[in-house]
Design a protein around this ligand. Structure first.
Ligand code: NAD
Length: 308
């Protein structure tokens, strides 16, 4: 298929572009930043440009990953988030309808499910970890989450009114930078990412694979929305102990983890405040992350160390 990939110069885009080509697609990359993956340097907020690109390249499918995201909150005002994340998504959806695009995949975020209360976790008085599914009520805590939720709703509206197949992927974190979470600062970067694979992270390769599959499955699905994250070993019954004593729960599922961690000087988070449940993606999209916490332990056992 001829695919328009927005955000092609980004962390995800630089893995997703090659993955799409490996699956046999022809990719046009659109990004405000130039890179070898980007064909056209321009903004999704530029309505005329978006129409022109989709028309000129006879685009059959759109993967919309361009965004201002959480780290950008420091550098951009709220209007910029509205322009890029909301207007940009609307431009792509409407140009897609005008030019007969057959499918649309939108990269959303699990971050929009995290209210201030959930984020406060045990320190805020929470007595159990939040078990989050696609049906959980959402109250985004910042302009990033608010604009991503609005963009999801635009996808839903355009599907309902025009029948465009749209798959929304609420991905958890796959960024390579060090963590900014207060509770995680005690751990080194690889240690933090390993811990997060238990409940709120996936590799960028798995994120890219989910997008390629979503593109393939969109016409069968019509409209659907999935949490995409490495499968947690936990069950909702663990929620109370997870917030009070996460290492005890992890040890129940992985009896050797503490020893393998200790060899490297790693530690587990004291408390886990939320778990993203990706089981709907497994059941309906047929997608499960390849890299899990068990792989991290296997790498520690083999003394090769995990790669994030
Ligand atoms: N990184 C994560 O952990 C994470 C987690 C959940 C969801 N996401 C989502 O995944 C997507 C990709 O994230 P990423 O980590 O690769 O981020 P990134 O910042 O590396 O990539 C985003 C790309 O979008 C581009 N972009 C920004 N404004 C644009 C505009 N107006 N027009 C065209 N391009 C524009 C940027 O130049 C950048 O190359 C985003 O939609 C983000 O919200 C990321």
């Amino acid at each position: 298929m001829r695919v328009l990939l927005t955000g092609s110069s980004g962390w995800l885009g630089r893995t997703l572009g090659p993955a799409l080509r490996a699956a046999g697609h022809r990719v046009t990359g659109l990004d405000v930043v130039a890179s070898p993956e980007t064909t056209i340097v321009g903004s999704v907020a530029d309505r005329a440009l978006v129409r022109q690109v989709i028309g000129d390249h006879a685009v059959e499918a759109v993967i919309h990953s361009a965004a201002l995201h959480k780290p950008d909150i420091e550098r951009f005002d709220r209007q910029a988030f509205m322009d890029v994340n909301v207007t940009g998504t609307l431009n792509l959806l409407e140009a897609g309808i005008a030019h007969g695009v057959g499918r649309f995949v939108f990269t959303s975020t699990t971050s929009l499910m995290i209210s201030e209360t959930i984020r406060a976790g045990a320190a805020g008085g929470a007595r159990r970890a939040e078990w989050l599914t696609e049906d959980s009520p959402v109250q985004p805590r910042n302009i990033y989450g608010i604009t991503k939720l609005a963009a999801e709703q635009l996808c839903r509206l355009v599907h309902r009114e025009h029948g465009l197949p749209v798959v929304v992927l609420r991905t958890s974190r796959f960024f390579p930078e060090a963590d900014d979470m207060a509770h995680a600062i005690a751990q080194a970067d690889d240690n933090t990412k390993a811990n997060e694979l238990l409940f709120r992270r996936l590799t960028v390769e798995d994120a890219a694979r989910a997008h390629v599959l979503a593109l393939d499955r969109a016409p069968d699905l019509g409209f659907d929305l999935f949490i995409v994250s490495a499968p947690p070993p936990f069950s909702p019954d663990d929620a109370e102990v997870l917030i009070a004593d996460a290492p005890a729960v992890v040890a129940r599922y992985f009896p050797r983890y503490a020893e393998l961690y200790a060899r490297r000087g790693w530690t587990m988070f004291d408390s886990i405040d939320r778990v993203y449940d990706p089981s709907r993606a497994t059941a309906r999209l047929g997608f499960t992350c390849r890299t899990t916490f068990a792989d991290v332990l296997a790498a520690l056992e083999a003394e090769t160390g995990p790669r994030f």
